[in-house]
Design a protein around this ligand. Sequence first.
Ligand code: 5RP
Length: 225
Amino acid sequence: MANDQEKEAAARASLQFIKDGMVVGLGTGSTAAYFIQLLGEKVKNGLRVRGIPTSVRSRDLALSLGIPLTTLDECQDIAVTVDGADEFDPQLRLIKGGGGALLREKIVASASRQVVIVADPSKRVPVLGKFPLPVEVIGFAQALVAKRIRALGAEVKLRTGADGNPYVTDEQNHILDCHFGQICDADVLARQLSDMPGIVEHGLFIGVASAVLIARGSEVVELRR
Ligand code: 5RP
């Protein structure tokens, strides 16, 4: 599929940011998985890096490829993180969390000198909000938080798994998918959500991406803030 080739092309281009000896943040999702696979090939060929995964899924993939891992307990200074996104706007503000890993992704990004986002062209939007904004919430507060987010104008759905039960994140929380339509002021919304008790983290990543690599066919364009 064209989309998959574009994801792989963007992931391949991100390898230019990775240098020997670096600690690298490993994102989550199908595009980040291409990056982890390509990084695994480099490691097999002698590249020395240590990865900090943003999810159990990415940790398992990295381990299966022989990528040495470390943790935030051991290292709080990550040179580069490569991750995907559900949407990005012209200011390189992101919606993330479609894959349910937004909390660890934001923590790892916050400890990273550079955050390189790899994406296919479908993720590029003039205004954020077509993709429902994931909000990670503690189970105890989910109904209250959902009501408060509805009052901000969103349609809110509790994410469920294949078994119909609430989706549980790696940190044992739940996710509310919030359909805002166009988010006219992402900065204000981010602050409103951060101030809401019961919300652990939201999927608006503002001022986080250093660069977005976007492939169209086999050509890759680098966008900078
Ligand atoms: C996971 C994420 C992913 O990066 C995002 O959902 C994009 O995934 P994909 O590359 O599969 O489209 O934020 O929490």
